[in-house]
Design a protein around this ligand. Sequence first.
Ligand code: ADP
Ligand code: 5GP
Length: 210
Amino acid sequence: MTETPAQPLQIPVHPPIFGKLIVFAAPSGAGKTTLVRHVLAVMGNHIAFSVSATTRKQRANEINGKDYYFISHPEFVQKIENNEFLEWQEVYDGNFYGTLKSEIERIWQQGKAVIFDVDVEGAFNIKNIYPQNTLTVFVKPPSIKAIRERLIGRNSETNEMLEKRVEKAVFELQFETRFDIVLLNDKIDEAKAKALEIVSGFLQHKPEMP
Ligand code: ADP
Ligand code: 5GP
């Protein structure tokens, strides 16, 4: 896969972008991390990433505090008890992931919109909590075969985890019609351009006055 370097972009954002939330969800391997990173590289002046907490193992290319807060299972449970999560899920057996309320507050304090990379259920939960201000984007892979190939190419999973992710992908693909927008990630450059178009369109959209 060849990637085009991101060019910083100053989009004419009509205020307020304050309070806006953009949720990217997709089956594992569909390419949402790649697309979210691209949006952030181009539009980082206006948007920041909600860093989730997780109990899963850190991958070699991941940075603690940037990609995730990698924490232990007891620490995760403690945060649930302290009511620190906006939402959380056991996305894969034994692997917990959660959106921290403090992340959203931190980003809103910077006057930026928040972008999330969560699973399908997490996306619906965030939309339920902030129905007016949230855009949900489903990143759709061209096929299950492509998901499998991309996960193999990413070389991040054991065989067992790969099968679990493919199995869950088949399940999650049923939910695309419940998203605000479906973004097909077939050719990466086209998908990146489309992701920017979707996000900048949403940021420029003025919410209706009550
Ligand atoms: P996700 O976050 O949805 O699990 P990633 O963004 O990590 O997915 O992408 C999974 C793998 O597929 C990565 O190795 C990524 O470089 C690759 N990839 C992403 N989009 C495409 C695409 N359109 N064509 C081919 N490979 C892709
Ligand atoms: P991965 O292990 O590939 O980084 O992520 C596995 C899945 O967990 C992905 O679908 C990802 O979007 C999801 N995920 C990551 N963070 C969160 C979170 O905070 N909440 C929820 N519900 N899902 C998350």
